[in-house]
Design a protein around this ligand. Sequence first.
Ligand code: ASP
Ligand code: MG
Length: 260
Amino acid sequence: MALIVQKYGGSSVADTDSIKRVAKRIVETRRAGNDVAVVVSAMGDTTDDLIDQAMSIDSNPPAREMDMLMTAGERISMSLLAMAIHAVGAKAASFTGSQAGFMTDARFGAAHIKSVRPDRIRRALDSGHVAIVAGFQGINEGGDPTTLGRGGSDTSAVALAVALDADVCEIYTDVDGVFTADPRIVPTARRIPRISYDEILEMASCGSKVLALRCVEYAQRFGMPLHVRSSFSHRSGTLVLPDGMDPRTLPNVGTFSSMD
Ligand code: ASP
Ligand code: MG
């Protein structure tokens, strides 16, 4: 049985209909015979809206309270997603970053993951549940919630995949993978079926927003295969694999139009 970590970004869980759609997809993956752990971002613009609310009260809010607030966004999406999976007849349980064992340093708003101890996640998987984990958050030594910096859910997903020794970390977004340019702006942009960690790091450092830099560095360090793909299609997206890994050995790759 393969173990797949799937990360769904804010655009994939923007409203309750999207959450239901994503739930179906997760259950399909599970029923195809895989264990599935999911990392989820806050719905749509929730994080931005929370920041706006804070700023309307205090332009320099206390960092601890800011992280307390920001971690609420992912709690909403994770619990709704667990309910949506339950509603289609599968078992699911959601976990905060702290419950999932994400220990971080004390830097509110820009915390670094020090270790991941996913015992509860493993137990949930072993008892046949889909485990849903709040992205972008952890807990510091003092027991306070921390956030990892904007876009941090990608890093949460890779860190969880590494800690669980998953077979692949799938990053779901609203486009079919990594493109030569932003396909929403440049219609002639081409999907890149396969790319190296170094190349994608270079794109990220040039300002391309495909994946958070830290998430790719983490994946490269631990040789975790990434599959960047759309939650709106079943096509295969972009694979970022360690040198020499055969893409056909990966679970759940979808239909390759150009396997190269
Ligand atoms: N919700 C957080 C953000 O918008 C984390 C993430 O989406 O990765 O930055
Ligand atoms: Mg987000």
